[in-house]
Design a binder for this molecule. Sequence first.
Ligand SMILES: [Zn+2]
Length: 293
Amino acid sequence: MTLWPADYSGAWTLAHAVERHGVGLHSGQQCRVRLQGSHRPGYWVCRLNRPAEPMPRLEPSLVAETRLCTALRLESGPLATVEHLLAALAGTGVSQAELWLDGDEIPLLDGSAAGWVEAIAEAELLAQPQSIKPQVLKAPVTVQQGLSFATALPAQTLQIAAAVEYPQAAIGRQVFSLELTPQRFVEEIAPARTFGFREQVEQLRAAGLIQGGALDNALVCDGEHWLNPPLRYPDEPVRHKLLDLLGDLALAGLPQAQVFAYRGSHGLHTALAAALTQAQGTQSLDFEQAQAS
Ligand SMILES: [Zn+2]
């Protein structure tokens, strides 16, 4: 029996609550997340120590910083490194859930989404009666930042592709594309770990960042070699880019589109998520106007 929905057309939440804790990438502090079901579409965030506060729905307008991870600014305070957890939720087909937090970061776990997929499997998926409003595109949406660009084209399903190009021979040029389903996400994308470069790691550490980064939660590249092999896939870096892209798009809900990101970054991905949200807004306006005329 397969655990996961066949595609992204249904509304699913979590049947039970599940908790995970671990070190945050940047602060190096322990943080904890409890995931539980929600009756409302989208991902909702609340603090475990302040349960009476309003619970905002995550959306691209909350993005505050994208240099090393996707960090949000909520009324209740900052929240960093949301992307792997959001990728796991959206990727497995969980379209709605509550995230209860203790700490200002989502735990990094092993640097991939595998631990979150395991947590979601433990919580079990629960079908919701309402259907999902598909995020259908009428026209292409493209965002560009320097040499990087990301584009979303109208399509019947979610097809997703990424290409990376690095001067370091251990990575070089990698391309990966797939027609995404929850099962394929779990098998081909979720286990891919975050990666970094030796010289960058040393600089960031010295600057007081990535205090929680270690050789057991990130692949570290030293030019022609990896400091901590083996890789889980020969093209693990580009698969991780797809994981990050999905996590960032999840802020707007996964689109029904053909998405391609060239030399993606959290800045680029969240800009695409914001542009898709804006396009959806314009489209629903178009739709209402068409209905009225
Ligand atoms: Zn990542």
